[in-house]
Write a new protein. Structure first.
Length: 386
């Protein structure tokens, strides 16, 4: 399966109009997991040097981020076989979510199995493919074909050769102890750019599961207060678990739709809006179904969150706006909307990405240039009431 087959024709055309010659390389990189897999050292509990020692004891090889003192990364292994590799083995088909996990080195569990070739027995070597036929890994069956399809839990295939290999972190003792949080480099940069102070009134809209919120708390050394909003009860429950594991104590959780933020009557010094987006920058992308129509609809949807943020800022207050998408409309297009609504772009304290498209002072991260997810960050100050 060619990497371009993962993208609808309209989206390919859109990327080529936006990125020119680089479009194909961007799409090729989107198919792969990130080359440098980052974690954030939780300095509320441990230093970077001590965490490095802990991770080495657990058999991992972490590297220090050259950009952030709280950043560590692991180097991705692979690809372990070519795109046209056909191992001629019995086939197990995994759903998209499970296939993306196997593609990066995870095991395949029974709930992720869509179908399996008849005759597969426990102990057989099998190939794992996604629903569109992409080979994501090879492994040893730990169930027969019937059990794989019928079981609601348990290991279906022990993956011995994934396409790529990233470290499995959630089972580590250092993870359980709350010594780190798996978080991409651009996402960490976002919280730094907010430059929180303990006397600021800080709001994180659409905050769960809490990566950026807990980073802000860490930068504040658990002082001050952060108001974290999310409308999903389940995501907030996950966030509560993360707050507890990481030892974060200065976050107040509110379950509500962040588009209704002005109803709280709070005037904030700083707001972080990591906006719901088309997630076109997320890697790996075994295939993409969104088209330019989805981009336009999402950009309009985001403006309701943006408008709520602007109304809830004090004059002189700061809004940091971020997305994990590559489109113009959701990024620079919405910044232009903000500039018409009384906002002014500010310089960013850390700038390690690329300039924006047609706008200065905004920061883009590209998969083919920065070895990260596709990401966008803008920092704006409220200079007048719209």
């Amino acid at each position: 399966m060619h990497y371009l087959d993962a993208f609808p024709r309209e989206l390919q055309d859109y990327y080529r109009r936006l990125f020119g010659r680089e479009a194909d390389e961007i799409m090729r990189k989107l198919r792969e997991p990130v080359e440098h897999y980052y974690i954030r050292v939780n300095t509320l509990k441990i230093t970077r040097e001590k965490l490095i020692e802990e991770l080495k004891k657990e058999g991992l090889r972490p590297f220090r981020s050259p950009y952030l003192s709280e950043g560590l990364y692991f180097v991705r292994e692979g690809p372990n076989f070519p795109d046209d590799f056909d191992p001629k083995l019995p086939t197990v088909v995994a759903n998209k979510y499970a296939a993306e996990s196997v593609y990066q080195g995870a095991m395949l569990y029974a709930p992720g199995v869509l179908k399996a070739d008849k005759g597969i027995k426990e102990g057989d070597e099998v190939q794992i493919r996604d629903p569109r036929g992409l080979l994501v890994g090879i492994g040893i069956a730990r169930m027969d074909y019937r059990e794989m399809i019928e079981a609601t839990k348990g290991l279906a295939v022990e993956v011995t050769l994934p396409k790529f290999k990233l470290p499995s972190l959630s089972e580590l003792k250092s993870f359980e102890k709350g010594y780190f949080y798996p978080q991409g480099l651009p996402s960490m940069v976002t919280a730094r750019i907010l430059e929180p102070r303990e006397d600021d009134v800080i709001i994180d809209m659409t905050a769960a599961p809490g990566g950026k919120t807990t980073h802000i708390a860490q930068l504040l050394q658990n002082r001050g207060e952060i108001i974290a909003i999310d409308k999903s009860k389940n995501r907030l429950k996950k966030m509560e678990e993360n707050l507890k594991r990481l030892g974060v104590k200065n976050v107040k959780l509110i379950q509500m739709d962040a588009r209704n933020l002005p109803d709280l009557g709070i005037k904030a010094d700083k707001i972080l809006l990591d906006a719901p987006c088309t997630a076109l920058g997320v890697r790996p992308k075994l295939w993409e179904e969104r088209t330019p129509k989805h981009i336009e609809a999402t950009a309009r949807y985001q403006r309701a969150f943006i408008w709520a943020a602007i109304k809830s800022l004090k004059k002189g207050g700061i809004l940091v706006y971020s997305t994990c998408t590559l489109s113009y409309e959701e990024n620079e297009g919405n910044v232009k909307f903000m500039l018409r609504k009384g906002m002014k772009l500010e310089d960013q304290s850390i700038f390690i990405g690329s300039p924006g498209i047609g706008i200065d002072k905004v920061q883009r991260f590209y998969p083919h240039k920065h070895l990260t997810q596709g990401f966008f960050i803008a920092k704006l100050r409220k200079v007048r009431d719209a």
